[in-house]
Design a protein around this ligand. Structure first.
Ligand code: 5GP
Length: 183
């Protein structure tokens, strides 16, 4: 199946059914690993909102939830891309943290986020990402323990992920089309 979003066409890559099945397995793993703990799931906005909602429904250990945003903007030539963590309004000192991401691409955003959160002295940090592009990774991330799907280095959209702000509401995940449509 093919969809048009803004000026690009996308082909179906992962159906919601597959996402749900994989999420259920991630939940089972988390329930085992966090038995007798009370972790805090921290969703990274905007992209993770649907995955976070489905993931925590599969978790049955007592847990808390929070969201934050990592904004990035272009600094001057000496600073390059400047990142900033916004909106984390809970104390994570001594707590077990599970960062919930939509996708890890270069990993630079996540590395920055982990560094910032470590300064607040949590007991542990692990990352659960729905998607992971191993060939795009620029920074090794040892906390990336829970992965939904490894995908090729291509642009994807849907299930929380956007293209030019659009497509987050799509239930399935699509990859950018390489072959133009015949119509
Ligand atoms: P990184 O710092 O790992 O390169 O980038 C992470 C962020 O870039 C993700 O949280 C996501 O917002 C965005 N991103 C990376 N790859 C894709 C992609 O294929 N599709 C979409 N929609 N966003 C992406």
């Amino acid at each position: 199946m093919r969809v048009q979003i803004d000026d690009k066409e996308f082909d179906l890559m992962l159906e919601y059914d597959q996402i749900k099945k994989r999420t259920r397995l991630l939940g089972i793993q988390l329930n085992l690993d966090y038995e007798n703990k009370v972790p805090i799931f921290i969703g990274v906005l905007n992209g993770s909102f649907l995955f976070m909602a489905d993931l925590v429904k599969e978790v049955n250990v007592p847990c808390e939830m929070a969201f934050l945003r990592v904004s990035s903007y272009k600094g001057d030539s000496s600073t390059g891309i400047v990142r900033e963590v916004i909106g984390l309004d809970i104390d994570i000192n001594g707590r077990d943290i599970i960062i919930v991401e939509d996708i890890v691409d270069t990993g630079l955003t996540l590395s920055y986020l982990i560094k910032q959160l470590k300064e607040k002295k949590p007991a542990s940090i692990q990352v659960c990402s729905l998607l992971y592009k191993p060939t795009a990774l620029q920074a090794e991330i040892e906390e990336l323990t829970y992965i939904g799907f490894e995908i090729a280095n291509e642009f994807v959209v849907g299930y929380g992920l956007d293209y030019n702000g659009l497509g987050r509401n799509l239930k399935d995940i699509y990859r950018v089309s390489k072959v133009p449509s015949e119509t």
